[in-house]
Design a binder for this molecule. Structure first.
Ligand code: ADP
Length: 382
C-alpha cells in the first residue's frame, strides 16, 4: 500500500478546487478548515461563505476527485462549516469586495436554471412556466424570476399582478399562484410602458431581484431570460456562476443557428449549458394526423452539437396556448396533454441534472438572518 500523502501534498491537490463564484482556489481563499488523514482515509472540511451554499455539491465532488487521485488515498470524506463573520470580512478584504459577498436570500435556493433562446416567440416563457408547474407537481419548491425585461409574460401566465409587498425586514416578497413564487419586472412598471433598459440599470434591477427578494427555501429558481444574448447573460453569469442554462429552440435549421449564438454567449461567460428543449415540434390534429409545421430534428441536432441532452420535444397544441393566456399552466390543468407530457419529461431530466444532496452532508440550517436594509430603488418606469 502507498504511504499516505502529507498535509502539504493534500493542500497542493486542493489547489485544483476552484470556487466557481469567486474564481479562485479554496486553498488561496483559505476555505480549507481542516485536513485529517489516517489509514487510507482523508477528511477535508471546507468552510463556506453561507450555510445553504448552492455550490456545496460542486465542492464535494471536486474535493473528492482532487484528493482521491493522490496515491495512498482510499477514501475521502468531505465536511462543511461556515466562515465566521470575522473570516468573511478578511475574505472580502482579500477579494477587494468590501461591498459584501453575494449572500442572503439566495442562500436558501438550491438550484438556479436560466431559460434562454436565440430569438423571441419560440415559447421560452411558456416552457419556463410549464417547467415550473411540472417541478411543483413533483413536489419541488419553485420560483420563477421573469428577467425578460423586454417582453415580460410570466405574470400573465401565472395570473399574478400588482405590486409585491415588502416584508418588515425590507425584503420584497414574491407573488404566488399555484404554489409557484413569481417575481417580474412587470410588477414594477406601468403596463405597456416602454422602458429603455440600459446595461447598468438592468444589472442593478437583476441584482436586486436576486438579492433583495425573499425567495425563501426553493429547490429550483427558474430565470426566464430575454431572447438573444448580451447584457443580461453577462450580469447573470457574474451573479450566478453556478446556474445552468437551458436553450429553447424550434425544430427548423435556421432557428438552430440562432439558438447556437445564445449557446456561444453562455459558453463565453462560463455558464454551463444543461440541455436543449425543442418547442413547436409538430402539430397533431384531433384525428391523430401529425404535421411537422416547423420542420424536424433541429433540437436534437443542436443538443448533439453542444454535447448536452435534449430534455424534451414539446408539440404545438392549442390547449397550451389557451391555458397560457388564461393564466393557468397547462401542466396543472391537463397533465396528459401531449405538450404537458413533454414538459413533465423535460422537468424530470432537469431534476436528474441536479443530484439531491444527502442530508448527512448538510450543515444544520441556521435561522434565516435578518438582512440589513439594502435599499428599495426598484424599477424604474419611464
Ligand atoms: P417567448 O417567451 O419565446 O417569446 P412565448 O412563450 O411568449 O414565447 O410564446 C409565444 C406564443 O406562442 C404564446 O402565445 C404561447 O402561448 C404560444 N406557444 C408557445 N409554445 C406553444 C406550443 N407548443 N403550442 C401552442 N402554442 C405555443
Amino acid at each position: 500500500m502507498d504511504a499516505m500523502p502529507s498535509r502539504d501534498e493534500i493542500l497542493k491537490a486542493l489547489e485544483a478546487v476552484i470556487d466557481p463564484e469567486l474564481r479562485r482556489s479554496i486553498v488561496e481563499l483559505e476555505m480549507v478548515r481542516s485536513i485529517d488523514s489516517a489509514d487510507g482515509l482523508v477528511r477535508v472540511t471546507v468552510s463556506l461563505t453561507t450555510p445553504g451554499c448552492p455550490i456545496r455539491s460542486h465542492f464535494e465532488t471536486a474535493v473528492r476527485t482532487a484528493v482521491g487521485a493522490l496515491p495512498g488515498v482510499e477514501r475521502v470524506e468531505v465536511g462543511f462549516d461556515v466562515l465566521s463573520d470575522h473570516e468573511k470580512a478578511g475574505l472580502q478584504k482579500k477579494l477587494g469586495r468590501p461591498g459584501g459577498l453575494p449572500e442572503g436570500a439566495l442562500a436558501q435556493v438550491s438550484n438556479v436554471v436560466c431559460v434562454g433562446s436565440g430569438k423571441g416567440g419560440v415559447g421560452k416563457s411558456t416552457i419556463t412556466a410549464n417547467l415550473a408547474a411540472a417541478l411543483t407537481a413533483d413536489g419541488k419548491r419553485v420560483g420563477v424570476l421573469d428577467a425578460d425585461v423586454w417582453g415580460y409574460s410570466i405574470p400573465r401566465m401565472f395570473a399574478v399582478s400588482g405590486r409585491p409587498p415588502v416584508s418588515p425586514q425590507r425584503k420584497i416578497m414574491p407573488l404566488e399562484n399555484h404554489g409557484v413564487k413569481v417575481m417580474s419586472i412587470g410588477f414594477f412598471v406601468e403596463e405597456d410602458s416602454a422602458v429603455v433598459w440600459r446595461g447598468p440599470m438592468l444589472h442593478k434591477a437583476l441584482t436586486q431581484f436576486l438579492e433583495d427578494v425573499e425567495w425563501g427555501q426553493l429547490d429550483f429558481l427558474l430565470v426566464d431570460l430575454p431572447p438573444g444574448t448580451g447584457d443580461v447573460s453577462m450580469t447573470l453569469a457574474q451573479l450566478l456562476p453556478q446556474a445552468k442554462f437551458l436553450i429553447v429552440t424550434t425544430p427548423q435549421p435556421v432557428a438552430q443557428k440562432v439558438a447556437r449564438r445564445a449557446a456561444e454567449m453562455a459558453n463565453k461567460v462560463d455558464l454551463e449549458i444543461g440541455g436543449v428543449i425543442e418547442n413547436m415540434a409538430g402539430f397533431v390534429t384531433p384525428s391523430g394526423e401529425r404535421f411537422a409545421l416547423f420542420g424536424e430534428g433541429g433540437g436534437q441536432a443542436l443538443a448533439d452539437e453542444l454535447d448536452v441532452p435534449l430534455l424534451g420535444s414539446v408539440p404545438l397544441t392549442m390547449p397550451l396556448r389557451v391555458q397560457s393566456d388564461a393564466g393557468e399552466p397547462l401542466v396543472f390543468t391537463d397533465p396528459d396533454d401531449p405538450a404537458s407530457q413533454a414538459m413533465r419529461h423535460a422537468a424530470r431530466g432537469l431534476m436528474a441534472m441536479f443530484p439531491v444532496e444527502l442530508p448527512i452532508l448538510q450543515a444544520a440550517a441556521p435561522a434565516a438572518p435578518v438582512a440589513a436594509p439594502t435599499g428599495m430603488s426598484l424599477p424604474m418606469a419611464g
